[in-house]
Unconditional design. Structure first.
Ligand SMILES: [Zn+2]
Length: 235
């Protein structure tokens, strides 16, 4: 059976003045989850929710999905793209930590060496040479750190942009069922309203049975699931 809307939603914001109560805790919220279009959805489902619930795995899980070019399908899955950038960021962070540790270790070695030569009676010239050669060794990790930091900030910006563009929220099955129940309830109310407003829903005076005539011709009985043949046998 086709569902009226998908369980995957996109986050939107409304103005502060349009805040409404959260679907979960009833506090006012300006964040709205709107279901992604699918083939059978004429209107998307939407509801207000605090953003804190979006981080709760009992409420939803995060998906990375592209905006669909058509209005009747969910867009392409971008999870692998986001995961690969996340892995690159993690690697750069690891590399940066290693370089910083190396630099710290080298700096303390330099201090120790400089301290030793200052105290020793070795010629000034040799002392200078040693300082210079050790400083030269340190220069590379320092430059590398600058490079890695630059690359890292670039990758983090790229990751944030991808997350902003592709992050969607897949409702937990229980929450999704609650949304579907709300939808069906609304549908029933709408149909009931339509029924009440439609004059054809009620018999006109001319089509009413004349006194003494049986209104029930008996052919509808079998369609009523609430009535079984045994129910008629009352005393
Ligand atoms: Zn809430």
């Amino acid at each position: 059976m086709q569902v009226p809307f998908t369980s995957i939603y996109k986050l939107r914001k409304v103005a502060d003045t349009s805040a409404r109560s959260c679907f979960v805790c009833y506090k006012p919220s300006v964040s709205v989850l709107v279901s992604l279009p699918n083939a059978s959805s004429k209107d998307p489902d939407f509801f207000y929710v605090c953003e804190a619930h979006l981080r709760d795995s009992n409420f939803c899980s995060i998906r990375y999905i592209e905006e669909s070019p058509s209005q009747d399908s969910v867009g392409a899955d971008k999870k692998s793209e986001v995961l690969s950038i996340q892995a690159e960021v993690a690697n750069l962070e690891k590399r940066l930590r290693r370089l910083e540790d190396k630099q710290k270790a080298a700096a303390s070695t330099l201090n120790a060496v400089v301290g030793y030569f200052t105290k020793s009676s070795v010629e000034e010239k040799k002392d200078d040479d040693s300082k210079e050669s050790i400083s030269k060794e340190l220069k590379d990790p320092k430059l590398e750190i600058v490079d890695v930091k630059k690359e890292l900030s670039f990758k983090v910006a790229e990751l944030r942009a991808l997350e902003k563009r592709f992050t969607r929220y897949q409702l937990d099955p229980a929450i999704y069922r609650a949304r579907l129940m709300k939808f069906h309830e609304r549908q029933r109310q709408k149909e009931h309203q339509k029924f009440l407003q439609n004059p054809a829903s009620f018999p006109s005076v001319s089509s009413l049975p004349s006194p003494g005539e049986k209104a029930d011709k008996g052919d509808d009985k079998s369609n009523d699931p609430g009535v079984s043949p045994g129910d008629n046998q009352t005393e």
